[in-house]
Design a protein around this ligand. Sequence first.
Ligand code: FES
Ligand code: FES
Length: 181
Amino acid sequence: MLITRFKIAEGGDVGEMKTKTVEVEINGTRYRLRVKAKTTLLELIRDQLKLTGTKRGCDTGDCGACTVIVDGKAVNACLYLAAHAHGEKVTTIEGLQGDGGSLHPLQQAFIDHYAVQCGFCTPGIILAAKAFLDENPHPTREAIRQALAGNLCRCGTHNRVLEAVWDAAGQVSQGKKGEGT
Ligand code: FES
Ligand code: FES
């Protein structure tokens, strides 16, 4: 599906010189948006496009709740200027859903391993894990742990998250490799 949308940023008192047009593809949909120079990608995603699966936690780059994938890399959307996303492909948690609403293997693994409690951290962790697994399809447990070190969970699901990502990576079905292998 290719849809072009155009929205003017909120705040009519902002001068034209302080705004910028950004063309970005988010979850397969192309958008043309007007943003303020200081608008973050998180603000664009949540506040302008209403894709609220991406969460705002600390807003300072410390918790990972706002993690999305830009051009294949996991980024903290709260620190990433929307203007820098011009021409990029962005994936949010809404973009992981497959045809007919099927879950991404990571989403299913989080369910299977009870790796979700309140769920606030979950979208960011899943996207961080996806970006990592896309580049490292056969990771060690320690590599997974390190890859997700920037994603905090106040409910303490970290061990279950590790198991879920390990499962999604296919490591369990390949013979239950041990720690650090
Ligand atoms: S909200 Fe972006 S890192 Fe916490
Ligand atoms: S499940 Fe609640 S913050 Fe992680």
